[in-house]
Design a binder for this molecule. Structure first.
Ligand code: GLY
Length: 370
């Protein structure tokens, strides 16, 4: 059975898929997005740090450059999405405070700051009491801190809801359906993407298929080996808490080095705080575990003792789409008409604006900047 015939079918209605669809629709393309549960993947579990500086890792200079480029797009992207959807995305430009709890954590912090400075990044170091002056909820034992003043955050659930509204308003057809296989005509050099088959038999024909299904992008049937994406799921658990009283306990993103472990606490406008995240390679398993929640809460309470009385709002797990070099896979694949938009690992929300632009440019046949 044959159904609609858009110009582009996007597999996956997470932040990356929806933002890509929205940008494609703005260029005049007829776009269908297919997802059995829009927002049911990693996008709405993410804490939403827009943190290219404090998320940078040794040897990841290419990721840092990409992250900074997407970070620069965020203020206008957030404003555009909010204007199109008529709802907020929880965008905040408060910066990140990194706090080190014990003497060993302080050494880790010093190494981090030195590396970030070597990369030309702006970081200000603080004594413990200066860090507590910025965030009075910090534990009295905090030894030292560092501020990345330009970092930002967004509320991914609010972002996802706004992207859904904005995409639909732009004419994108968002279908709650599962893709059974990607359709590719012919073999080898003659093959090209022709659409997707949905479970139940319906076919959505389209000359371009965008793979934005996060960790599942590599498992879709029908994709020839030459274009198969080497994505792997990396589970991250997050705990959401709500401190008592109406006052926000934190005024900016807090990254903690706590007895050798790293956690982050991202405040929301309504006072909730998202604490993340575990990093586990356990296949496609989104079970939330006692051990994961315990480790996050243990370190969060050591860093911010006032969270002891906080309401435990929930624990969730999502699957980061990891790639062999932990850099995203965005752009044309070996199969004409098949475009990749996945592998964003720890930086899917940060890289949403630049990925959407790159996907729209790829589909239009324009060059995509390195
Ligand atoms: N970007 C933070 C994380 O993936 O946990």
């Amino acid at each position: 059975m044959s159904g609609t015939r858009p110009d582009v079918v996007v597999v996956g209605a997470g932040a990356i898929g929806l933002a890509s669809a929205w940008r494609l629709a703005a260029r005049g393309a007829a776009v269908t997005v297919v997802d059995p549960a829009p927002g049911g993947g990693a996008s709405t579990v993410a804490a939403g740090m827009l943190a290219p500086v404090t998320e940078s890792r040794i040897g990841e200079e290419a990721m840092l450059a990409l992250g900074m480029a997407s970070w620069a797009l965020w203020p206008s992207f957030a404003a555009e999405v909010e204007a199109a959807a008529g709802t907020p995305v929880g965008y905040r430009a408060d910066g990140t405070l990194v706090a080190a709890l014990d003497a060993d954590d302080r050494r880790l912090l010093d190494e981090l700051v030195e590396r970030q400075r070597r990369l030309g990044l702006e970081v200000t170091t603080l004594r413990g009491r200066e860090a507590r002056a910025l965030e009075p909820a910090l534990a009295p034992g905090v030894r030292a801190g560092a501020v990345a003043a330009d970092e930002r955050s967004v509320d991914p659930a609010a972002l996802h809801a706004a992207l859904l509204t904005a995409s639909r308003a732009a004419g994108v057809d968002v279908r709650e359906a599962a893709v059974e296989r990607v359709l590719v005509s012919g073999d080898g050099p003659d093959g090209r993407a022709t659409g997707v088959a949905l479970t139940g038999g319906e076919v959505v024909e389209a000359p371009t298929v965008v793979l934005a299904a996060g960790s599942w992008s590599g498992r879709l049937a029908g994709i020839p080996d030459a274009a198969r994406l080497p994505v792997r799921p990396v589970r991250g658990e997050v705990v959401t808490v709500r401190p008592p009283g109406g006052e926000p306990l934190l005024t900016r993103t807090l990254r903690g080095l706590v007895h050798g472990f790293t956690i982050y606490l991202v405040p929301r406008a309504d006072g909730r705080i998202v604490v993340g995240a575990t990093v586990e390679e356990k296949g496609f398993d989104t079970t939330v575990t006692a051990g994961g929640a315990y480790a996050l809460l243990r370190d969060a309470l050591a860093l911010v003792p006032g969270l002891d009385d906080a309401e435990l709002v929930g624990v969730r797990a999502g699957l980061r789409p990891g790639s062999p070099d932990d850099l995203p896979m965005v752009g044309a694949t070996a199969v004409p008409g098949l475009v990749a938009a996945t592998g964003h690992y720890r930086n899917g929300i940060l890289l949403t604006p630049i990925t959407a632009e790159a996907v729209a440019a790829t589909v239009a046949g324009e060059p995509v900047p390195e």
